[in-house]
Design a protein around this ligand. Structure first.
Ligand SMILES: [Zn+2]
Length: 484
């Protein structure tokens, strides 16, 4: 097994989150609609109708091309991809062939850190071979012995992206998809929900002996709609190809379908080649002219990308890689973190600890949007400052998170209203300490006899009497003094 390596390329179809379809004004997302209720003469391809390009599609595709470090063509063309299938009413799909919106590009994947390796070894660079805009086809499904067709999805805007065969393991393929999904949501062009088909993936898989550079005959795995299924189907296919090769058999260029229910691959058909589609320029649409002014407007507020931000968090805030990874998993969360650090002006790692433990749990449990929480970055920073100043203790601070979120009041106001502040008056703490010692003569004797660990027990007694509102360190100091 170990003398072989896998050579994997991924084809992804990304559904853009535009309001309307790519060439008509039907709404783009009809996931919850009844079949064939979200259609019009254009997306059904009736004779005599003409497509009109949705500007938002060009803008979102441009954002993606920029995020993938692709060259953005100033003029790109639409082409007809001709094939017959029942879910394709026009008999062709409007796509882009040789002059598509994006040319080249790459996505970097961080590979698990290995201190002995140089910087380049941390990155697996996955090249992008093709990136183009196209319209989606409809859906067919089998019901008993009938075949049903739903045209709702016809004309939904997609970007198809094909990687170079740069991935070497099933895990890397899964990581590519995870990173791509993160990126799509980060730049806000797709919901990238694989279950809803917003992000679909086919995998091209071949094997070769390690050290070889040739590309052997590959198979294509279709119909994998979760990241786990991509990982698992590739693992199975690589194993199969090694078995076949070892047995002296040739690998045929099959198209394979992943069966979710049985976790197995079955052969669908022998593969078509590109020439079968008889591409030619789409005569009903003008080329896309992406003039400089428009392009600059689209890219004017282009965000810092997740991996760049992750690296910056490590560098600028001294965060461990683990923290930086979690905090940059989503753009809103990383914005929230950074806004809190600015408002707090204290230790950035402390903010990270509070956010990753308490606040993130709250966000996940209650399905909150970090950008819309009542517990704003400023409120979180206030709570941290109250703890730092000794006005409240950590436990009170933690309980404030939920109270601020639910009431929308400021932390300071809640502390004042509910009397949550610590007793800062030394003589009040001293009186309680004295009370505890007077009530526990046996423990005091034991302490004086050398059992100094009892100090914790005395502190506990003071905290209990003061209902948690004493500064524990101060109480300990006073107790020790009194016991001397
Ligand atoms: Zn339509």
């Amino acid at each position: 097994m170990t003398e072989y390596e896998a050579v994997i390329g991924l084809e992804t179809h990304i559904q853009l989150n535009t309001t309307t379809k790519v060439f008509c004004s039907c709404k783009a997302d009809s996931w919850y609609d009844e079949p064939n209720t979200n259609i019009c003469p254009v997306c059904c391809g009736l004779p005599g109708v003409l497509p009109v390009l949705n500007k938002a599609v060009v803008e979102k595709a441009t954002l993606l091309a920029n995020a993938m470090h692709s060259e953005i063509r100033p003029i790109s063309y639409f082409d007809r991809k001709n094939y017959f299938y029942p879910d394709l009413p026009k008999g062709y799909q409007i796509s882009q062939f040789d002059q598509s919106i994006g040319k080249g590009g790459y996505l970097d994947l961080p590979v698990p850190a290995n201190a002995s390796l140089d910087k380049q070894a941390y990155i697996r660079r996955v090249g992008i071979w093709k990136m183009h805009i196209e319209e989606d086809a409809g859906k067919t499904k089998t019901a008993g012995n009938r075949r049903l067709i739903d045209f709702n999805r016809c004309g939904v805007p997609l970007v198809e992206m094909v990687t170079a065969p740069d991935l070497r393991t099933a895990d890397e393929a899964a990581q590519y998809l995870t990173r791509l999904r993160q990126l799509l949501r980060w730049i806000g062009i797709s919901e990238a929900d694989m279950e809803k088909g917003h992000l679909r993936c086919d995998a091209n898989v071949s094997i070769r002996k390690k050290g070889e550079t040739i590309l052997n005959s590959k198979t294509e795995i279709k119909n994998v709609n979760s990241i786990d299924a991509v990982r698992e189907s590739i693992l199975k296919e690589v194993e199969r190809q090694i078995r076949e090769t070892e047995a002296g058999n040739r690998i045929e260029a099959w198209t394979l379908e992943w069966d979710e229910d049985t976790n197995t691959l079955k052969k669908m058909r022998s593969k078509e080649t590109e020439a079968d589609y008889r591409y030619f320029r789409e005569p009903d649409l003008l080329p896309i002219r992406l003039e400089d002014e428009w392009k600059h407007a689209i890219l004017a507020n282009f965000p810092e990308l997740p991996l760049e931000r992750r690296a910056r968090f490590i560098e600028q805030y001294g965060l461990p890689e683990y923290d930086a990874e979690i905090l940059t998993s989503e753009r809103k969360l990383s914005d929230y973190y950074e806004a809190t650090v600015k408002a707090y002006a204290g230790d950035p790692k402390k903010v990270s600890n509070w956010l990753m433990n308490e606040v993130l749990r709250m966000i996940n449990d209650q399905e909150l949007n970090p950008a819309e929480m009542s517990l704003t970055p400023a409120a979180l920073a206030s709570i941290l400052k109250l703890v730092d100043a000794g006005t409240i203790n950590i436990n009170t601070g933690k309980s404030l998170l939920q109270k601020v979120q639910q009431s929308g009041k400021s932390p300071e106001m809640i502390v004042a209203d509910e009397g949550l502040g610590l007793v800062s008056d030394d003589s009040a703490i001293r009186a309680v300490c004295q009370e505890v010692l007077t009530e526990s003569p046996n423990e005091v004797a034991a302490y004086k006899g050398g059992k100094v660990t009892l100090i914790g027990w005395f502190v506990g007694g003071v905290m209990k009497k003061m209902r948690g509102k004493a500064d524990a360190a101060k109480a300990k100091q006073i107790l020790e003094e009194l016991l001397r």
